[in-house]
Structures are given as C-alpha cells and as structure tokens.
Design a protein around this ligand. Structure first.
Ligand code: PRP
Length: 192
C-alpha cells in the first residue's frame, strides 16, 4: 500500500520559505466560521436566503461557511476586481461577472473574503441595492479596518486584522496561495 505523508506537513514544507508568518491558523478559522454560520442561521431563521459570493477571494470562505448555515438558501456568484497583480489596490473596481438571479424582494447576504479600502464592497452593495432586495447584509472574513476609505456596513465579521498583506484561505498574491488552509503574511509584503 502507498503511504502518504501528512498533507498539511507537505503543504507547509512547500510554502514555508515564501511565508513570513501564519496570521490566523486553520483551527481558529474553522471555529470562527462555524460561529458565523450559526449566527447567520439564527438571524435568518424561517427565511429563504440568497447568498452572493464575491469571487475569487471568497470561494473558500463560502464553501466552509455554507456548511454551517442551516436555513434554506441559494448561492450565486459575482466577480469584481480591483487589485491586478499588485499588493496595493488600484482603486478602480471592475465588474467581471454579474449575478444570475433576480434578487428583488429577497433577503440577500454578500459573502466576501476581505474588506480593505471598502471600494469593492461599496461598488457591489450599490449594484445590488438598485435591484431592490428585501434586505442586504455583508458577511466578511477579514476586516482591515484601518485601511478604510469608504464606509461599508458589515453585518458579520470573522476577524479584524492589521494593515498587512495577507494571503491564503482564498486570498491571493498574483493569483497564487489561494489554496492555503490558513491566513498568512507573505515575505513579499516588505517588497512593495
Ligand atoms: C480583493 C478582495 C476584495 C477586495 C477588497 O479582491 O477579494 O474583493 O480586494 O479590497 P477593497 O476593500 O480595497 O476594495 P481582488 O480585487 O484582489 O480580487 P480577487 O478576489 O479575485 O483576488
């Protein structure tokens, strides 16, 4: 029989030279995501929820979060981009993929990985509000509050973090590192 090495060990061995530190370990994310899912389930009890995942960064958070949501819901995707391949926001948000659903009169929850300047969420909230949902809230995993330029209302927040360039758990640096099961700081942070 083929013997496999422990998966997380292999992943860590592969990436460790590129990471400055693990900021939020896997277990802490897992516990917090479960708590968020339970809170959402209680708040939307008896309702039929529409979840809008903002690609690409929120894909992993969404996948874990919905496993803890025990109200009926539909899942749709939107894609917006503001960063390009840089570690700093370009400040210009582009809609890359629109929602394939009519949200008029529906309870909508936006799931996002991180709020930095707030421009992406502000843009998406404005688009969705114009479609007259019954309610619109945001669930975000990471809140980089000190970087905020546009005020955005956050219904559910996983973690408030300092102004560091974070990768992993869906977040990328030039499209890499999204697969890391934890949130880390890249060694490249200091080079921007
Ligand atoms: C990231 C992140 C948020 C946004 C937050 O997306 O996923 O959507 O930036 O930054 P802001 O608050 O300053 O607008 P990005 O544009 O990098 O695209 P991605 O999700 O595909 O990585």
């Amino acid at each position: 029989m083929i013997r496999f090495r422990r998966p997380l060990r292999c992943l860590w061995d592969f990436f460790r030279k590129e990471l400055a530190e693990v900021l939020i370990p896997q277990k802490k994310i897992k516990d917090r995501v479960a708590t968020l899912g339970a809170a959402i389930s209680e708040d939307y009890a008896g309702k039929d929820l529409v979840i809008v995942c903002v690609l690409s960064g929120a894909f992993m958070f969404l996948a874990d979060l919905v496993r803890h949501i025990y109200v009926h819901h539909e899942i749709y995707f939107m894609a917006a981009s503001s960063y390009g391949d840089s570690t700093k926001s370009s400040g210009v948000v582009r809609l890359l993929l629109d929602l394939e659903a009519n949200i008029e009169g529906r309870d909508v929850l936006i799931v996002e990985d991180i709020v930095d300047t707030g421009r992406t969420l502000d843009y998406i909230i404005r688009i969705l509000k114009a479609r007259n949902p019954a309610s619109l809230r945001v669930c975000v995993l990471l809140d980089k509050r000190e970087r905020r330029e546009v005020d955005v209302p956050l219904g559910y927040v996983g973690f408030e973090i300092a102004d560091r360039f974070v990768i992993g758990y869906g977040l990328d640096l030039a499209e890499r590192y999204r697969n890391l099961p934890f949130v880390a700081v890249s060694k490249e942070e200091s080079s921007d």
